[in-house]
Design a protein around this ligand. Structure first.
Ligand SMILES: NC(=O)c1ccc[n+]([C@@H]2O[C@H](COP(=O)([O-])OP(=O)(O)OC[C@H]3O[C@@H](n4cnc5c(N)ncnc54)[C@H](O)[C@@H]3O)[C@@H](O)[C@H]2O)c1
Length: 382
C-alpha cells in the first residue's frame, strides 16, 4: 500500500506568532485546487475556496477544517458578494472549464468561463490585497496555449500557432491565452503582482476521467480488466507530472517577487508515448487489460488535430525557484488506483509488476537550441 505524499516541507510556514496568511483559491474543489488547498492548510494558512462544483467535488476537500471556508458559487458572483473589507494576501486562480473535450462539447460556456471569470478575478485582485492594495495572484494557464508549433520543447517566449477558428478545439488555447494577456496587462497597467503558471499534463489522485483525461481513464479501465483505448497510433507523447509536485511549487512561484509579470512552464520534462503510458498502467497494476488503438476521427469527429509532441522547457522555473519533480510515474499510477479502490495485494491479472524507468529525457534537437525531446497534448485527449 502506498503512503500519500505530502510535500509541505518546501513551503514556508508563517513566522511564529504572525497572523495566518489569508488565501483565496478559485476552483479549489477541483483536482489541482484541492491538492493546493491541502498544502496551504498544512502550512497554516486561512483558505477561502470558491467553486461552483461544475467539475469539482466537495469531497475533495476536508469536510470540516477550522481554517477552511468553502463558498459554492460561480466565481464572479462570489467576488461581487465579498465586501471591500474582504482581503487576501495571495490568490490562486484555478477555476476554469478544463480540457479540450469539454470545450469541444460546450464551447460557449467554456469560453465564457475562462475569459469572464478571469477578468472578474483580476479586477477584484487589484483592490483586495492587504490594506486594499493589490493581492499577489497566480493564474493557472495551460500548455495548450502553445498550440501546434513545430519545435520542442516549448519555451515561454515561443510564438504560438493555432488552427482556424472554425475548429472549436483551439478555443481552449485561445481562451487561456486571453487569460494570460489579461494577467500581464493587469501587472503592467495596475501594478498587480501576477504570475502565470502554464501547466503541462498534471496527474494524480482525485483526477477523474469524465472529460477525457488520459491517466484516470487508463487506470479505471485497467482495474476493470477492460481495453485501454489509445487514440491514433499511440506514438504521440506527453510529459506527466504528479499534482503534488505541481502544487508544491506554486506558493514558491507566487512568493518570489522577481516572478511577477512573467510566465512559467510547470510540469515534468520526462517524455512518454501514450501507448507506453498505457503499458505502464497495465504492468504497474498487474492488469489483464490490453491496449486498443482507435482512430482520432472515431472519438473527436473528422479533422481533429492533436499534437505529436509536447514537452516543457523548464529552464526558467528551475532558475527562478529550483523546481524538480520528485514523484515517479509508477507512484502516481498506484496512488490514483488506490483512490479507486485498488490494493497492491489484489492484482487484476497475471502481468508482472515492474518499475517504470524514465523514458526519454530532453533528447537534444538542433531546432530547440540543444534541449528537446518529444511530447504532446493530452489535456483531455490520449
Ligand atoms: N489538469 C491538467 O493537466 C491541467 C493542464 C493545464 C492547465 N490546467 C489548468 O489548471 C486549472 C485546474 O484544473 P484541474 O485539472 O484541477 O480541473 P478541475 O476541473 O478539476 O478544476 C477546475 C475547478 O473549477 C471549478 N469551476 C469551473 N468554473 C467555475 C466557475 N465559473 N466558478 C467557480 N468555480 C468554477 C470546477 O468546479 C472545478 O472544481 C485550470 O485552470 C486548468 O485550465 C490543468
Amino acid at each position: 500500500m502506498s503512503t500519500p505524499v505530502r510535500q509541505t516541507d518546501s513551503v514556508a510556514a508563517p513566522e511564529q506568532g504572525a497572523a495566518p496568511r489569508r488565501v483565496l483559491v478559485t476552483g479549489g474543489a477541483g483536482f489541482i485546487g484541492s491538492h493546493l488547498t491541502d498544502l496551504l492548510l498544512a502550512r497554516g494558512d486561512e483558505v477561502t475556496v470558491v467553486d461552483n462544483l461544475s467539475t469539482g467535488r466537495r469531497e475533495n476537500l476536508p469536510a470540516r477544517h477550522p481554517r477552511l471556508r468553502f463558498i459554492e458559487a460561480d466565481l464572479s458572483h462570489a467576488l461581487d458578494a465579498m465586501g471591500k473589507g474582504e482581503t487576501f494576501d495571495q490568490i490562486y486562480h484555478l477555476a476554469a472549464a478544463v480540457g479540450v473535450r469539454l470545450v469541444v462539447e460546450r464551447p460557449i460556456e467554456s469560453i465564457d468561463t475562462n475569459v469572464e471569470q478571469t477578468s472578474a478575478l483580476l479586477k477584484f485582485a487589484v483592490t483586495h490585497g492587504p490594506a486594499g492594495r493589490p493581492a499577489a495572484t497566480l493564474i493557472a494557464s495551460s500548455s495548450e496555449v502553445y498550440g501546434k508549433p513545430d519545435k520542442s520543447p516549448f519555451s515561454e517566449d515561443d510564438d504560438v500557432v493555432y488552427g482556424p477558428t472554425t475548429k472549436a478545439r483551439w478555443s481552449y488555447a485561445a481562451s487561456k491565452a486571453i487569460d494570460e494577456y489579461l494577467a500581464l496587462a493587469y501587472h503592467a497597467q495596475r501594478g498587480l503582482p501576477a504570475v502565470v503558471a502554464r501547466f503541462f499534463n498534471t496527474v494524480g489522485p482525485r483526477q477523474v476521467g469524465s472529460y477525457g483525461m488520459v491517466l484516470p481513464n487508463f487506470v479505471a479501465s485497467a482495474l476493470k480488466g477492460e481495453d485501454l483505448i489509445v487514440h491514433g497510433d499511440g506514438r504521440q507523447s506527453r510529459c506527466f507530472c504528479d499534482v503534488r509536485d505541481v502544487v508544491a511549487v506554486l506558493p514558491r512561484l507566487l512568493g518570489a517577487p522577481e516572478t511577477h509579470g512573467r510566465v512559467f512552464n510547470v510540469g515534468s520534462d520526462t517524455v512518454i508515448a501514450i501507448a507506453d503510458l498505457a503499458g505502464a498502467v497495465i504492468s504497474t497494476l498487474s492488469s489483464r487489460s490490453r491496449v486498443r488503438l482507435v482512430p482520432y476521427d472515431a472519438v473527436f469527429g473528422a479533422g481533429f488535430e492533436d499534437l505529436r509532441q509536447r514537452q516543457p522547457d523548464l529552464r526558467r522555473i528551475r532558475a527562478a525557484v529550483g523546481f524538480e519533480p520528485r514523484i515517479s510515474l509508477e507512484r502516481t499510477i498506484q496512488d490514483l488506483a488506490t483512490g479507486m479502490g485498488w490494493t497492491p495485494d489484489q492484482p487484476r491479472g497475471d502481468a508482472r509488476v515492474h518499475t517504470i524507468a524514465a523514458k526519454t529525457k530532453a533528447t537534444p534537437s538542433p531546432a530547440s537550441g540543444g534541449r528537446a525531446g518529444a511530447s504532446g497534448s493530452g489535456e483531455g485527449g490520449a
